[in-house]
Write a new protein. Structure first.
Length: 395
């Protein structure tokens, strides 16, 4: 991560050992940076908008690392912070001097030699503008921990590279070292990212975002790829949950339908049971019907017919079968048998020949004898036809 930052040591006497050269330039020694402290930033300032405040640890091992200390040498000295990093393109516009190469560790500080050659910057130093603010780049390692002094932090600075050293009227108040611009208000702990430059050292690569190629650094690609993976997982999980919900909805609808069918079947059973339940009126009607059927069936079945355990339909079938034969009731519905029974019993005692025949039932005769007698009679009549009617035999 690249930053355009300010570090204030909070003491106006940090620039010391000033001497003037023959050409009017100032040569001095200065404490330019501090290590081992924890600084607070707004989460939005360090790419963590979900965190209100991010505590950043300036690890002394990183601040005083040999690779980091080398970057303090031969850097531009500016009067105030420039609007973008100092390069060969911007040097002549912003440089007011430069640092030397004898960079040393002085306790918890970094000590550097400086040459101030610009008259406006010299006048500012002589007028009391004597604090320094470092412009640098670094990466943030978001691994939480606790500093050796017991301060908790959310991230630590790594790979610190100095861009320039700015002379400022006043850094941040007190001994704290904070990243930000020249002494912002107490509630505006700002951090400005370095502006893009043509000769930046960060190698950019192409990464697809929603099907569109985007130029990104390796770190950005890693971060975006992680977010894309998380999003893809979330989409897949959501699809799985949606499918599961649809399946459960189908199961619920089926259960509801089955339940409705079961309720309808039970309602029918209840209705049938209610219909079969004998009320006082139904009981009286059943008794009267049984008595009437028994009275009508006695002439056919006889007084010794056992009616125990037999229903009204059974009695009717027995009476019809006795008079008309078993085939008259086999496979016939109770309603059909009831009609035959009523017809049969109504004919008993009637003077109507058909009714009498029905009441008498089927008469079984010896068919051979009957046919022979009829044939003999017919022959006799033919033989005696020439005689008078008084001489003919009844056929």
């Amino acid at each position: 991560m690249q930053f355009f930052d300010t570090i204030s040591l909070g003491q106006a006497v940090e620039i010391s050992g000033v001497r003037e050269t023959r050409n009017g330039s100032l040569v001095l020694q200065a404490r330019a940076a501090r290590g081992g402290n924890v600084q607070d930033y707004l989460g939005a300032e360090v790419g963590k908008p979900e965190m209100p405040v991010v505590r950043v640890y300036r690890d002394a091992d990183e601040v005083f690392h040999k690779d980091s200390l080398k970057t303090f040498a031969h850097k531009a000295v500016t009067l105030g912070h420039p609007a973008e990093p100092v390069t060969s393109r911007t040097w002549k516009d912003v440089a007011r001097g430069h640092t030397g190469d004898e960079v040393l560790r002085d306790g918890e500080f970094v000590k550097i030699p400086m040459l101030v050659a610009d008259q406006a910057a010299i006048d500012a130093v002589r007028g009391g503008t004597r604090e320094l603010s470092m412009g640098y780049q670094c990466d943030l390692d978001f691994t939480a921990g606790v500093s050796p002094t017991g301060e908790a932090y959310d991230a630590r600075q790594v790979r610190i590279t100095i861009d320039h050293v700015a002379i400022v009227p006043q850094g941040r108040a007190g001994p704290d070292c904070r990243i930000g611009d020249q002494r912002p208000s107490d509630d505006a702990k700002t951090m400005r990212a370095l502006l893009p430059i043509a000769d930046r050292t960060v190698r950019m690569k192409t990464h697809l975002v929603d099907g569109h190629p985007v130029e990104m650094s390796d770190a950005a690609i890693i971060a975006v790829s992680g977010l894309q993976k998380t999003l893809a997982t979330a989409v897949a999980d959501n699809l799985t949950l949606s499918t599961a919900v649809k399946t459960k909805d189908g199961e619920i609808l089926k259960l509801q339908a089955d339940h409705a069918v079961t309720i309808q079947a039970k309602d029918k059973e209840i209705a049938d049971l209610k219909a079969q339940t004998l009320t006082a009126d139904k009981l009286d009607a059943a008794v009267a019907e049984r008595s009437a059927v028994l009275d009508a069936a006695k002439p056919v079945l006889g007084a010794d017919f056992d009616t125990k355990g037999k229903t009204v339909a059974d009695i009717r079938r027995a009476a019809v079968a006795k008079r008309l034969g078993d085939k008259a009731v086999e496979g016939k519905a109770d309603e059909h048998v009831a009609i035959a029974f009523d017809t049969l019993t109504a004919a008993i005692g009637s003077t109507d020949p058909l009714a009498a025949t029905l009441a008498g039932g089927i008469q079984h005769n010896d068919s051979a004898t009957t046919v022979g007698d009829a044939y003999a009679g017919m022959c006799s009549n033919l033989t005696d036809a020439w005689k008078g009617p008084q001489h003919q035999k009844a056929a």
